[in-house]
Design a protein around this ligand. Structure first.
Ligand SMILES: [Fe+2]
Ligand SMILES: [Fe+2]
Length: 267
């Protein structure tokens, strides 16, 4: 496990957040904007689920990694909150509506079995680390964007990879089973990748009214092309369902080192 330390960055996003900031492409801009909407409530739920289960940890190294994980997620929440508030302000999106789905789920999960709550965090952490790896590898995912907006995504992606195994290791220390993880992954994949995204992108579409056929073409390319969102993520995504899976089985060292150097993210 690499040492996990937060980079306490503050981004100056400005008016360019109102534009189709990702390569003048409405769909991929809306897709990443929708993902950003999930982080303040989502990452609070991740932190709380790990905190609720940390009494099971018997290993100082893991305890230290948990501190690093929480500190990183705390700064992610703060910066994505700023991102989301400015975005909604500039674009006229309803932040309360957009956050409604994840806010409701976070509340429901909190009242469930603490180990299942943590299993959902483990599933999310695999999803975010998978997407992060592709985002750093596929230069086309974030392209011709305002440098600060691009940096939000690269910085977040780097740190998601750095702490990708923490929740998993806490879950194992708490005695979590693999079958529960699989259930959590099926459920969270639906919520995170389909329901929340669809709900938010549709809201943004109704407000922005971009041309239908152009948007459909952009969506098809972004989601289904070679190296696109679905084909790009698939090979890492499905590994989670293997019985003996551990997040460190996926070696991201090269992607991570390259990104840290290329985007000036060394500590
Ligand atoms: Fe995060
Ligand atoms: Fe994370």
């Amino acid at each position: 496990m690499t040492s996990i330390k937060p980079r306490d960055l503050r981004f100056q996003l400005g008016e360019s957040l109102a534009a189709e900031w990702n390569d003048d492409d409405w769909f991929s801009t809306a897709f990443f904007n929708s993902m950003s909407i999930l982080f303040p409530y989502g990452e609070k739920s991740f932190i709380d689920s790990v905190r609720t289960n940390e009494k099971h940890i018997n290993d100082d190294k893991l305890r230290e990694a948990v501190r690093g994980f929480m500190a990183q997620e705390y700064v992610h929440r703060r910066e994505h909150q700023r991102f989301n508030e400015l975005l909604c302000d500039l674009k006229g999106y309803d932040l309360d509506y957009l956050e409604g789905a994840i806010r409701g789920d976070a509340k429901t999960l909190k009242d469930m079995d603490p180990l299942f709550w943590l299993a959902t965090t483990v599933a999310y952490e695999h999803l975010t680390a998978t997407i992060a790896g592709q985002l750093l590898k596929q230069d086309g995912w974030i392209k011709n964007a305002n440098p600060d907006i691009a940096q939000v995504w690269r910085w977040h992606a780097v740190e998601e990879i750095e702490h990708k195994s923490v929740a998993f290791d806490v879950y194992k220390a708490a005695g979590g089973t693999h079958s529960m993880l699989r259930k959590a992954m099926v459920l969270m994949s639906w919520e995170f990748l389909v329901r929340y995204q669809l709900r938010s992108v549709l809201h943004m579409y109704r407000r922005d009214k971009p041309p239908f056929w152009r948007t459909l073409g952009q969506a098809t390319r972004f989601l289904f092309a070679r190296g696109g969102f679905i084909r790009g993520n698939w090979s890492h995504y499905w590994k989670f369902f293997r019985k003996d899976f551990h997040p460190d089985d996926i070696d991201d060292t090269m992607v991570l080192d390259r990104a840290i150097n290329l985007y000036g993210l060394a500590h």
